[in-house]
Write a protein that binds this ligand. Structure first.
Ligand SMILES: C[S@@+](CC[C@H](N)C(=O)[O-])C[C@H]1O[C@@H](n2cnc3c(N)ncnc32)[C@H](O)[C@@H]1O
Length: 408
């Protein structure tokens, strides 16, 4: 029997905002005699993000899909906006029932309720198999990113996501991120989208800057950011070694998050050195080719590096080991992880570094220095990152020597 639409919508509103018991909801179809709703179909589900429980709104119109995550405690307005759209059908699944509301030709509501069991409540992205970066996000269409690149940036942002709490909890109303060697800016866009949502949930604004030496890719990035309507996403032409994406030398000019995806050869070292000098709290770098150390191993007759292919693979391992030691010595907790299956890119290692502030204790520092010196001496190499951060490493050596003297 038809009932009053206003009270039926009020019931749906209550169900949508009862996130512990909500499984999913869909708004679709157009009411007779009305304009089309803003999106053809909107799906709503509770999700658990790093920043807390959110309602996720996935709007689809034709092939275009966009996703918005709204913190649960601020979701009332977003639900009101959705219910104000002239959808003809609303379908809500909760832990215990299915509620369907169909708007009749006369503008009343035909409500059908049935008992049913659904898994309800906010679930983490992994459990929900939701992508952290929506592959249907219009920004990818604007950028023209292919499947492999989308998977790479998805995997990269998946590594970034659980660590963002460390930077979001810092004082200040602005979060700053930089993508060094941004190239076609797929990561810049995807990270900006994800970090932007996370920052907004904490009441912060986000600025992300993509840096690249190539003027053409920077121009394309700027155009795409404008076309995708992304606020706070900027680009700068320049070399990583002296990038100052937020201006130089004044408070708040250092990025909170430094990212580099496949910055060629020593450009990854430039990114890491830059991050250390900025004192960036969070650094994620997926290195590319490792020619610097590889070149220095050339002519070494040790069996491990005698054959070109083995030398290349060993240079990868040695370079990232040395980078990791340098970063640890300079105050970072470091993990080297595989961020994506090698089927999608052979360059699938990632250095994840979180600044710890005080750095290692003197004894641990002495051990790390010994490991660094032992490896560079044994293999007769001088890695780019250690060369770039020579003054910082010299200061660590002095402090370690003084601590050893004092302990005698
Ligand atoms: C292999 S591409 C990767 C681009 C992008 N990060 C991605 O994964 O799609 C490397 C990019 O780094 C840029 N690049 C290399 N060395 C650089 C440097 N020293 N300073 C700034 N950009 C650099 C190149 O111009 C190129 O666009």
């Amino acid at each position: 029997m038809p009932t009053d639409l206003t009270s039926a919508l009020a019931d749906v509103r209550t169900l949508l905002l009862d996130t512990p018991h909500l499984a999913r909801a869909v708004a679709a179809g157009r009411r007779k005699g009305t304009e089309a709703p803003a999106a053809e179909r909107v799906e709503v589900r509770p999700v658990l993000l790093k920043a807390g429980p959110h309602l996720q709104f996935t709007a689809r119109t034709g092939p275009v899909v966009s996703t918005r995550n709204v913190p649960v405690d601020a979701a009332g307005a977003a639900v009101d906006d959705l219910l104000a759209e002239p959808y003809g059908n609303l379908h809500v699944e909760t832990a215990t029932e299915v509620v369907q509301v169909r708007v009749t030709k006369k503008g009343d509501a035909q409500v059908h309720r049935a008992a049913a069991r659904h898994e309800a409540g906010p679930v983490g992205h992994d459990k929900a198999k939701n992508r952290i970066v929506d592959p249907g996000d219009p920004m990818f269409r604007v950028l023209g990113a292919g499947g492999d690149k989308r998977r790479q940036v998805e995997a990269f942002v998946r590594q970034l996501a659980p660590l963002t709490g460390t930077v979001l909890s810092r004082p200040g109303d602005r979060l700053r991120a930089v993508d060094l060697g941004c190239g076609n800016a797929y990561l810049t866009f995807a990270a900006h989208r994800w970090l932007g949502d996370a920052a907004q949930a904490r009441g912060k604004a986000l600025t992300t800057v993509g840096v690249d030496v190539r003027e053409d890719v920077v121009a394309t990035g700027r155009r795409a950011a404008a076309e995708a309507g992304l606020v706070g996403l900027e680009f700068a032409v320049g070399s990583i070694a002296d990038a100052e994406p937020f201006g130089a030398g004044h408070a708040g000019s250092a990025p909170d998050v430094v990212m580099a995806l496949h910055a060629c050869d020593t450009a990854t070292d430039e990114a890491l050195a830059r991050a250390v000098r900025w004192g960036a709290p969070l650094v994620l770098a997926a290195p590319c080719c490792h020619r610097d150390v590889q070149r220095q191993l050339h002519g070494n007759r040790a069996p491990l590096v005698r054959h070109a292919i083995l030398r290349e693979r060993f240079a990868d391992v040695l370079t990232d080991t040395l980078r990791s030691l340098v970063l640890q010595l300079l105050g970072y907790r470091v993990e080297v992880v595989e961020f994506i299956d090698s089927a999608h890119t052979p360059r699938n290692a990632m250095i994840r570094a979180v600044r710890t502030g005080s750095g290692p204790r003197p004894a641990a520092r002495a051990e790390l220095l010994a490991e660094l010196d032992d490896l560079t001496r044994t293999w007769g190499v001088s890695p780019a990152l250690a060369r770039m951060l020579e003054p910082e490493l010299a200061a660590v050596r002095t402090a370690t020597g003084e601590a050893a003297q004092a302990a005698l």
